[in-house]
Design a protein around this ligand. Structure first.
Ligand code: ATP
Length: 925
């Protein structure tokens, strides 16, 4: 069935829908069940089995598999050659334990990937597009996936069209269909019936799925959805969008890879060193020592890699995204969490984000006189002072409400509620205070017969809105907009029913605008012009909006949001600059910026859009770091400002709400869209959607981004310190013990491989994981933004090596001490093991901060306390139970020794942190 060659009546009849009622919810539900959701079919998701085994490709798992092979070889050697069955069985246990570990790891990764995907899907769902749809006689914002053929929809500039539509009514509607036709310009739409052989690109009475509305508005009936649309017919199956790894994840993956090489080299070195040691001592190579040497090598291989890091990392990032959403900041991908924390500039719109967007006209100027307006809110009550004959302002107010689509209506509680654009609402309220309403004007009566014949909606590039009205047989264009723009297009001014040349009044108008603006008022001018019928119907926007007659100026108050001032202060302390970019007048912008603390000088310099236009990129580059207010800016200027800030190395977050803002949002490091007032197109282009449209949410998101990044750094530090300690403890015994000490052979490793695994997977990784949930440090928002080019390890390498080395040496010394005191191998290794476990459990409280454990209350993080308690108790347990004694090579110790291995390992942490505090050492240590 074609729809473009039928009349709208036939189409509606065929789709069984009433033009004014829309579908009933019931009918829509039935249709949805029949045709399915309005989505392009996605590629099959990755199968669960495949997802499960995907973790086996991780480099860490490969190392562990090599460890299994080594353990099995060593067991084989024990059984066949040395006949040491106990040692052989221990190696088999080791292999089994590592295998179990690989599966547990795969399971956790799988579970994590699955649940992370689920929470990301849930977030994505919140970011779904919506469309204004008529159901059961009421207009509602419907999730576009629920749209069905027969739905009546209404679209305006900035909306996405999802589903193919036959237009029923259009008003200056232009649509970008470049995805289907390649034509980049907006295509004007109409409702006329077309010939049945009309090509797709010429079907002007149809709208196609995937296009965006770039101008005007329209009402249409949906004729096809999902794969039945023109887009569906040509769309290849969409590949399920691959979740990109974030920079930190890539950073950490690269780090683990590097560590693998280091591990390989160390393992090889120790094997050769061990063999060489034997050779130089005895002159022969004792093959019988090989299994022990190999088990030491396995322990080393396991020790040198932070096994749990990648998994913990992605969990912490996903949790970060959820925390942000709870703060009303919806992020689209995980890498934005990271970038947010590094933001150094926030460029924000004024209206609605920094201000309340509750506009009230408090003054106006008409017929060469200034009037004050009383009354608050949307209630159309309040005097206009001085009280004079309304002839002074009647023409101005009539024009202001005719060139207007807003309304105020009483709700059930008899309170007046606004509908439509807040600027327009303020004019409606003002006129109503003078007894003038749009509906009265448009009502047919004997004296006057007014019809609106065209509406040319407001856009922030033109900064004007116009209507063409017909009054009896005369036509008028009414244009309102930014006073400077209107003034430039005006030739006359109306004073006492007379049209006078405006030249003599330009200065007067300018100074009135400045006076209003200096009082932080938003200004708007109204004008009109008489045209002939031909011009009225056919002329372009630019042709209509000229040769105007100036009527007056409104001064509108839009109070700043109270909480913004605090947010600005917090951001300034955090080294984040706040910049206001607005379409409003320079003086208004400056006054509001001053009220909010964005600038601290009443006369701060403001750059206007036209100045940006006259500047070269290099000139703008010189200015951007000293400028905090930009006024009368068009969306295109925003992109230039971003680019020059980025050239300075700044990380820029930029807000936007209109369709023209989309390119700027894409160019910004963090594009921020308004969830309530933003258009669908901007939300789509954004990285962060503010669900409440508030500036404070950006500040909170930056804070959350910093907190997540700091926590990630903390747990990476803790993990790596443990790895360094383990490697050193093992290497030292290879290098320094060249002859047996008591029961300990020169080839006995300090720790068994399973002890190392235990530390990495349980006693270290659980507390490290808990670090990911830590509250922010008190000085988090008093530091400069992070340098995004620096590695995640920036400034902590020395600390990692010193702390790791001290801990490693301590473990080794504990081992030697036990050997010297004639203890058996399991006892000595157990002492080393517990020294390591408790060494890092004490240290984890230090890892919580960039400073030292003395700088923040240690037990704030409940999860961490629990994890530490669990790690401590379970680690003691595995030394007591015979089963674990057999498998892990542990042995029970005496009470005194337990006390010693629990408390003595605290010394390095307290000592080093003490030195750090006393000598005020920053990063190192
Ligand atoms: P921001 O970019 O911070 O949101 P803004 O909303 O003030 O600032 P625009 O919406 O581009 O910026 O408005 C710029 C100017 O256009 C206003 O100062 C006002 O003079 C005029 N204007 C705004 N809304 C309308 C409207 N609905 N009709 C006519 N003119 C308008």
């Amino acid at each position: 069935m074609k729809y473009f060659d039928k009349s709208t009546k036939e189409v509606l009849h065929h789709l069984k829908v009433e033009r004014t009622e829309g579908l009933s919810t019931k009918a829509a539900k039935r249709r949805l069940e029949k045709v399915g959701p309005n989505q392009l079919r996605q590629a099959e998701p990755v199968s669960k089995v495949k997802l499960f085994f995907s973790s086996f490709k991780e480099p860490i798992i490969i190392v562990l598999m090599v460890a299994i092979v080594l353990a099995l070889l060593s067991a084989l050697y024990d059984f066949r050659v040395t006949q040491d069955y106990n040692h052989g069985m221990a190696a088999i246990y080791e292999a089994i334990a590592i295998m179990i570990l690989i599966f547990v790891n795969a399971f956790i990764s799988f579970y994590q990937a699955n649940s992370a995907q689920k929470s990301l899907d849930a977030l994505q769902e919140m970011a779904h597009h919506h469309i204004h749809t008529l159901r059961d006689g009421n207009w509602e914002d419907l999730d576009t996936s629920k749209l069905v053929p027969g739905d009546i929809i209404s679209v305006k500039m900035g909306d996405f069209i999802e589903g193919d539509v036959r237009w029923l009514k259009v008003s200056e509607l232009q649509v970008n269909e470049s995805h289907l036709t390649g034509e980049a310009d907006g295509i004007s739409k109409a409702t006329d019936v077309l010939a049945s052989d009309t090509d797709l690109g010429d079907r002007t009475n149809m709208g196609f799925s995937g296009s965006t509305v770039v101008n005007g508005s329209g009402i249409g009936v949906v004729v096809a959805t999902g794969m039945q649309t023109e887009l569906g017919k040509i769309a290849d199956l969409l590949q399920g969008e691959k979740q990109q790894k974030t920079p930190i994840e890539r950073n950490v993956n690269a780090l683990t890879k590097k560590l693998m090489y280091v591990a390989g080299a160390i393992v090889l070195f120790t094997i050769l060193f061990d063999i060489g040691k034997e050779f130089f001592r005895t002159g022969t190579i004792n093959i019988g020592k090989l299994p022990e040497i190999l088990s030491g090598a396995i322990a080393l291989a396991v020790a040198s890699i932070p096994d749990a890091m990648p998994v913990v990392l992605s969990i912490v990032l996903t949790i970060g995204a959820t925390i942000l959403a709870r703060n009303n900041g919806l992020i689209k991908n995980l890498s934005s969490v990271e970038t947010l924390g590094a933001t150094s500039y926030i460029a924000s719109d004024k209206t609605g984000t920094l201000t309340k967007n509750q506009m009230t006209v408090t003054r106006f100027w008409a017929n060469n006189a200034t009037f004050q307006v009383e009354g608050n809110g949307y209630e159309p009550l309040g005097d206009i002072i001085p009280v004079t004959n309304d002839a002074d302002y009647r023409a101005f107010l009539e024009a202001a409400v005719l060139d207007n689509e807003a309304e105020i209506m009483r709700d059930e509680d008899q309170k007046w509620q606004p509908y439509g654009n807040p600027t327009d609402v303020s004019l409606v309220v003002l006129a109503a205070k003078a007894g003038i309403t749009r509906s009265d004007l448009l009502e047919k009566n004997d004296d006057r017969d007014i019809d609106v014949v065209r509406v040319l909606p407001f856009d922030s590039t033109r900064k004007m809105m116009s209507v063409v009205i017909q009054e009896q047989d005369r036509y008028f264009v009414i244009t309102k907009g930014a006073p400077d723009v209107i003034l430039a297009k005006s030739e006359k001014i109306q004073l006492d029913d007379e049209y006078r040349d405006i030249a003599r009044y330009r200065k007067k108008v300018d100074s009135k605008v400045l006076e209003f603006a200096n009082n932080a008022l938003r200004t708007l001018a109204v004008s009109k012009r008489e045209v002939d019928a031909q011009t009225a119907h056919k002329a372009t926007v630019a042709e209509l909006e000229q040769q105007l007659t100036f009527l007056g100026i409104a001064g509108i108050i839009d109070p700043p949001r109270e909480e913004v001032q605090d947010s600005v202060e917090i951001l300034h302390d955090a080294g984040v600059q706040v910049v206001m970019i607005t379409g409003d007048h320079a003086a208004t912008a400056r006054a509001i910026a001053y009220q909010l603390g964005i600038v601290d000088d009443k006369h701060a310099s403001v750059i206007e859009g036209k100045e940006i236009e006259a500047m070269t990129n290099d000139e703008l580059f010189e200015e951007v770091q000293q400028t905090y207010v930009y006024a009368r800016v068009s969306p295109e200027h925003k992109q230039r400002i971003i680019k020059q800030l980025q050239r300075h190395g700044e990380v820029v977050a930029m807000t936007g709400d209109g369709i023209n803002d989309a390119p700027a949002l894409r160019a910004a490091d963090i594009g921020v869209a308004m969830g309530i007032n933003g258009t669908e197109v901007t939300k789509d282009a954004a990285d962060l959607v503010l669900l409440d449209d508030k500036f404070t949410t950006i500040e909170k998101s930056v804070q959350a981004g910093r907190r997540i990044f700091a926590n990630i750094r903390n747990f990476i530090r803790q993990e790596l310190i443990t790895n360094v300690a383990e490697v050193l403890a093992l290497v030292l015994s290879v290098v320094l013990i060249s002859a047996p000490i008591g029961n300990i052979q020169e080839t006995t490793p300090t720790l068994t491989a399973l002890m190392v695994l235990w530390v990495n997977m349980i006693s270290d990784s659980l507390p490290s994981f808990a670090l990911g949930f830590d509250e922010p440090e008190a000085d988090l928002m008093r530091q400069k933004p992070r340098n995004t080019k620096a590695s995640i390890l920036d400034g902590m390498l020395v600390r990692i090596f010193i702390r790791g080395a001290v801990m490693g040496i301590m473990v080794f010394l504990a081992f030697v001490w036990a050997a010297r005191n004639g203890m058996g191998i399991p006892e000595a290794q157990t002492i080393a093991f517990l020294t390591l476990v408790f060494g890092q459990l004490w240290h984890v409280f230090d890892a919580r901060t960039e400073n030292t454990l003395f700088s923040r209350p240690p037990f704030e993080n409940g999860r961490l306390n629990l994890a530490v308690a669990f790690a401590a108790v379970s680690s003691i347990f595995v030394t007591l139970l015979p089963f674990f004694n057999n498998v892990m090579g542990t042995a029970p110790l005496s009470m005194n020794l337990y006390l010693a291995v629990i408390f003595l390992p605290a010394i390095p942490t307290f000592l080093l942190s003490g030195i750090k505090v006393i000598f005020k050492i920053k990063n190192a240590l």
